[in-house]
Design a binder for this molecule. Structure first.
Ligand SMILES: *[C@@H]1O[C@H](CO)[C@@H](O)[C@H](O)[C@H]1NC(C)=O
Ligand SMILES: *[C@@H]1O[C@H](CO)[C@@H](O)[C@H](O)[C@H]1NC(C)=O
Ligand SMILES: *[C@@H]1O[C@H](CO)[C@@H](O)[C@H](O)[C@H]1NC(C)=O
Length: 242
């Protein structure tokens, strides 16, 4: 009996070390999330002065707050700060590093389970690199998806992104009210494999894997008008800076 259970323990140990990559804690997908400041600020009481898609985060598909003792330290990303301020601004607290600290603790410490992202600098510089490589702002503009008073069809916006990148994005909208005749374009997610090649995002993420609260989740009960996956049949408003 004893020997059998000892054997089991050994086997389990051997297995877990042999299959580190597929361990249940290891993420298998990265989600690069962009948000549209004007839409974000209609929900969150801020006053954007930015008319381009900014970074919201780089999220592994598994895990939240993976290492509470790994504190965010601005000095580690000193060289990235000018780009961070431009590409990844904190829309709620301009010129603060709160947003970055929040994203680091919640998502970065989990992303850091992969060697390619196992430092604060690697994590933030990779997110910036992917953001610039995708260059979503130019792509939308190039295909005439520009902020305007006219409405777009959801298929048109999704089609442009899908055709250009060759993968399915996840696009989220905000509904101004329950029976509104339009929805506001709010968030665009593009997904990556662990080797940073493009990957289809699942369109309908099961509820329990939507990891967000506060910044990441304007969908909580206290935010009834938050983002959700856009409705295919409702016209999309891509609001210009007001
Ligand atoms: C937007 O406003 C913030 C805070 O007031 C300021 O630091 C930043 O330079 C402004 N950005 C632009 C593009 O005007
Ligand atoms: C958590 O972060 C601390 C500080 O960087 C580090 O020393 C420790 O090894 C990390 N723990 C895990 C489980 O990664
Ligand atoms: C923050 O990072 C800098 C540069 O790596 C380091 O010198 C400093 O000790 C760190 N501060 C803390 C509180 O860990």
């Amino acid at each position: 009996m004893r020997l059998a259970s000892l054997l089991l323990v050994c086997l389990a140990a051997a297995f877990s070390s042999a299959f580190v990559i597929s361990s249940p804690h290891m993420w298998t997908k990265l989600i690069l999330t962009h948000h549209w400041p004007e839409t974000f600020c209609t929900m969150e009481q801020c006053h954007p002065n930015i008319s381009y898609w900014t970074l919201h985060g780089l999220w592994p598909d598994k895990g939240n707050d993976c290492n509470s003792s790994w504190h965010f330290n601005t000095s580690e990303i000193e060289d990235l700060l000018p780009d961070m301020e431009k590409s990844w601004p904190d829309l709620l607290n301009p010129s603060s590093s709160k947003f970055w600290s929040y994203e680091w603790h919640k998502h970065g410490t989990c992303a850091a389970r992969a060697e390619s992202l196992n430092s604060e600098h690697k994590y933030f510089s990779k997110a910036l690199e992917l953001y610039h490589k995708l260059d979503l702002n130019s792509v939308l503009q190039k295909f005439d998806i520009i902020p305007s008073e006219k409405y777009y069809s959801f298929a048109q916006i999704e089609g442009v992104i899908q055709n250009f990148y060759g993968v399915t994005p996840k696009i989220q909208c905000a509904n101004p009210s329950k029976n509104a005749d339009h929805q506001l374009l709010g968030q665009i997610e593009i997904c990556f494999n662990p080797d940073f090649t493009l990957l289809d995002c699942e369109k309908h993420v099961p509820m329990k894997t939507i990891p967000m609260r506060g910044w990441d989740d304007p969908m909580g009960v206290d935010h009834p008008s938050g983002f959700s996956v856009c409705d295919n049949d409702v016209p999309v408003y891509y609001p210009p800076l007001s």
